[in-house]
Design a protein around this ligand. Structure first.
Ligand code: GAR
Length: 190
């Protein structure tokens, strides 16, 4: 049984979905959620699901080994589910191809610094895209540039607002993210 630690910064709908999915499989379990935003809704969700959710600050994350040491003890896989900070190189080095991110667009389009959440959907709308989607990828030192594992598309109508686009993306994320994580773990099972 592999151990998953989730990083989240906001609402945590993906974190909740992943926790629930792995409550019903023998492949892995979510042991902890780590969050860099004290006011994030993910704390409430974890409380209901009886999963430990721990707050950490920028110094602990980027300038000390506090989080790295914790991960070494508690994680086989790290899942970024709406997590908005760049992962320090030493965490990436300690978990090669074991850190997976979800991005709410079809990378390499709409990736990079500042491209997260509604910013992505607004840009997609402004550019009058006729489709968008999700990308699940391994994490490297650059925002949204690691090897792509999976993409799924959805069609857009010209009347779709950024909020409707967000809903379409949410649907794809809920449907695919936990299953793709499980496939990665099963394919790599050492
Ligand atoms: C998700 O749509 C995720 O793809 C996106 O943030 C949202 C978090 O929602 N991530 C990024 O934009 C990362 N660049 P959630 O907190 O409800 O899971």
């Amino acid at each position: 049984m592999k151990r998953i630690v989730i990083f989240a910064s906001g609402s945590g709908s993906n974190a909740e979905n992943i926790i629930k999915f792995f409550n019903h499989t023998k492949t892995a379990k979510v042991t902890n959620v780590l969050c860099n935003n004290e006011h994030a809704k993910v704390f409430e969700r974890c409380k209901k699901l009886e999963i430990n959710c721990l707050y950490f600050n920028k110094t602990e994350f980027s300038s000390t080994d506090v989080i790295l040491n914790r991960l070494k003890k508690e994680a086989d896989y790290i899942i970024l589910a709406g997590f908005l900070w760049k992962i320090p190189q030493r965490i990436i080095d300690a978990f090669p191809n074991k850190i997976i991110n979800i991005h709410p667009a079809l990378l390499p389009k709409y990736g990079g610094k500042g491209m997260y959440g509604m910013n992505v959907h607004k840009a997609v709308k402004e550019n009058k895209e006729t489709e968008t989607g999700i990308t699940i990828h391994f994490v490297n030192a650059n925002y949204d540039e690691g090897a792509i594992i999976f993409q799924a598309k959805t069609t857009l109508l010209s009347v779709d607002s950024p909020e409707i686009i967000a809903e379409k993306i949410h649907f794809l994320e809920q449907k695919h993210f936990p299953k793709v994580i499980e496939e990665v773990i099963l394919n790599k099972n050492e």
